[in-house]
Ligand binder design. Structure first.
Ligand code: ATP
Length: 369
């Protein structure tokens, strides 16, 4: 699958442009603040229904215009061409059309095109707290599994209700009997989530290890391990009973603290290179490459899951990789459409430039492509 073309009207700093993409490499060049990320964002919104930079749709409409409109044409592997279009009207209401037909729910849009974005913020995945890594796991798994997505929503609801009850138990100890109901429900959803995460992280480990070795010329061994308090990870039943056991064991402490101290909402991922934790000891370049390897692994995971390669959006990351890492990356990208932004091609390998469609952007206008 690849994006053939995009039409952008009154979106961010664009007034009216239409451009065609190459089915493989596309490089968007422009100085700072010219609209490179805005263009990637327009593609992203077409796939996910929302921006990765803001939750306010009104910000996506050009300051001087009443509405915005973006339309992309997608070429499928089976030869069919499909269109995805969104409009944001005067009241900041957003609507989506697939092949010209209005959809009523964003969930109908998800999966129409699969996109992987690599954005400078993704370094958080390596550097920051477990929350970022859980967000990554949840986001990736939600893209490939609707069931996982609804299990997470349900789990969080039950967790909130259990936490409410824990807070009330201080004043109303007789309510303690009711906690078993919440433990049972939490452990049921929790076990499903943990089981799915375990498989995802095992797959991610194998694939990202291979990709990372490739991108680092076999010098670095990337390893990803699932960190969870559950010890018996064999199957749904073992995980569920382990969770119930721990929930019961920690009950007094949980009542004192007013929250649930065990479950998938506390899980993490340990990322190491050559056996050393990259969060604490990795160089900036190693952290960046590791984050990129994780993202690139999704290419294979999505391909295995949905049968088509996703589209890769790389925002401002190439120039920060040394020439050897860039060289290895180009081979990893051979099967996918990549749209890459950069301020300058002089840091880019000639192989990239020669194999790419170059799109020059200035002040929301396409100078040449
Ligand atoms: N709603 C909007 N209407 C008009 N202009 C906007 C709107 N939102 C953002 N902009 C403008 O878009 C520009 C930023 O574009 P973008 O983030 O795509 O830059 P970029 O080319 O990726 O730059 P960098 O290389 O610095 O990341 C800014 O000048 C900003 O003022």
């Amino acid at each position: 699958m690849y994006i053939k073309s995009i039409m952008v009207k009154n979106y961010r700093n664009y007034e009216n442009i239409k451009l065609n993409f190459d089915k493989n490499l596309n490089i968007i060049i422009g100085d700072n603040a010219q609209g490179k990320t805005n263009l990637l964002e327009a593609v992203y919104v077409s796939g996910f229904g929302k921006s990765f930079r803001t939750s306010k749709d009104s910000e996506l409409v050009n300051f001087d215009k009443p509405f915005a409109n973006v339309k992309i044409e997608v070429q499928r592997d089976n030869g069919r061409v499909e269109t995805i279009e969104f409009r944001i009207n005067e009241k900041s209401k957003k609507e989506f059309l697939i092949n010209g037909v209005n959809i009523t729910r964003i969930s109908e849009l998800l999966g129409t095109i699969n996109i992987i974005l690599f954005y400078p913020d993704d370094l958080k995945l390596i550097k920051e707290s477990p929350v970022e890594r859980r967000k990554f796991i949840n986001r990736e798994l939600s893209h490939i599994s609707h069931i996982y997505c609804s299990d997470i929503i349900e789990y969080n609801k039950i967790l909130m209700q259990r936490n409410e009850l824990l807070k009330r138990l201080i004043y109303k100890p007789d309510l303690k009997e009711t906690i078993d109901i919440w433990n049972e429900q939490l452990a049921d959803k929790g076990a499903k989530i943990i089981l799915r995460r375990k498989k995802f992280i095992d797959d991610l480990n194998v694939i990202s290890n291979k990709i990372h070795a490739g991108v680092t010329d076999q010098k670095e061994q990337l390893n990803i391990q699932y960190i969870t308090a559950v010890k018996k990870l064999e199957n749904y039943d073992t995980i569920k009973s382990d969770l119930i056991l721990m929930l019961n064991k920690n009950i007094e402490m949980d009542i004192k603290r007013g929250f649930t101290s065990v479950g998938p909402h506390r899980d993490d991922m340990e990322i190491s290179i050559n056996g050393i934790s990259i969060k604490s000891f990795g160089s900036q370049g190693q952290q960046r490459t590791a984050a990129l390897s994780l993202k690139l692994s999704e290419i294979e995971i999505i391909k295995n899951d949905v049968g088509e390669y996703p589209i890769l959006l790389l925002d401002d990351v190439m120039s920060e990789l040394d020439i050897n890492r860039q060289k290895d990356l180009i081979y990893t990208l051979k099967n996918v459409q990549a749209i890459i932004t950069t301020t300058d091609v002089k840091n880019l390998l000639d192989d990239y430039i020669n194999a790419s469609k170059i799109i020059k952007i200035k002040n929301g206008n396409v100078l040449s492509h």
